[in-house]
Write a protein that binds this ligand. Structure first.
Ligand SMILES: [Zn+2]
Ligand SMILES: [Zn+2]
Length: 124
């Protein structure tokens, strides 16, 4: 394994332990068994620039066949039916519908701000 790659991984584990990062389900299929993918590469300034992807989507990301998730799909595909929705997503939607700010919801549910923001945008 390349040295930069292993150091990038170590940086992610440390940030997770310190609570600077939180593990999220695969951004595309919501599989909770996800891995940190360094989408900008393994240089030091990009050590915490990660996407959470399941093994299938991670392999796609490295083979260049990965398609970015359609964020409209998060809500239209999952939320109305409340199928394949994690407890956390349900909580995010519930808090947003109560009119809470995305930044507060992100903090309270330990989610990334951009993730909550995307869901908030879909709910409008
Ligand atoms: Zn990767
Ligand atoms: Zn996936």
């Amino acid at each position: 394994m390349n040295i930069h790659k292993s150091r990038a991984r170590t940086a992610v584990y440390k940030a997770l332990r310190k609570g600077q990062l939180s593990k999220l389900p695969c951004e595309t299929c919501n599989n909770p068994n996800s891995f940190a993918h360094h989408y900008l590469g393994y240089e030091e300034q990009n050590w915490l620039a990660i996407k959470w992807l399941c093994s299938t989507h991670h392999i796609q990301a490295h083979s260049g066949t990965y398609k970015e998730p359609n964020t409209e799909g998060i809500i239209t595909e999952y939320v109305p039916e409340l199928r394949r929705v994690t407890e956390k997503q349900r909580k995010i939607v519930r808090l947003l519908k109560k009119g809470r700010k995305p930044s507060d919801v992100a903090k309270e549910t330990k989610s990334s701000y951009i993730y909550v923001w995307k869901i908030a945008k879909e709910l409008k």
